[in-house]
Design a protein around this ligand. Sequence first.
Ligand code: RP5
Length: 160
Amino acid sequence: MSNIKVAIIMGSESDAEEMKPASEVLNELGIKNESRVISAHRTPDRLREYILDAEKNGVKVFIGGAGMAAALPGVIAAHTHLPVLGVPIESKSLKGLDSLLSIAQMPPGIPVGTLAIGSAGSKNAGLLAAAILSLSDQEIESKLKNYRKKQSDKVRKDPL
Ligand code: RP5
């Protein structure tokens, strides 16, 4: 892992499509990131090792995407003091409400910043990671401001 600032971890390969907007927006802002499939319950040892290595190698923000019981973001947060952003994956049976409540309802002491369900949350997790990095990186700050300006400029001013 070299120069990677944001580590995106998802619980299953089946989460990849919904998690893609996070890496896309980070790439657009020129922020190095890497996406991995590591499950909190199927590969717990691999998860712990990855988080500890990532911290040592200079990762600053973790994004965790998971569905159903969605323990992953909380387990990431258990292993690091760095900011962890959680993306609830839209599950089949409960449409992601299960994942949302699991990720948002962290007991006090170990926080996970919880985003919206699915690809909207994933994109916002990427943008929020960029905002966190912008606190100590002027280049990211200016790219993020420019991204926001372009977004504002696209909103129609004339009446429909
Ligand atoms: C969670 O269980 C994953 O994040 C995924 O959203 C869900 C189902 O996983 P698969 O059975 O599709 O691998 O751990």
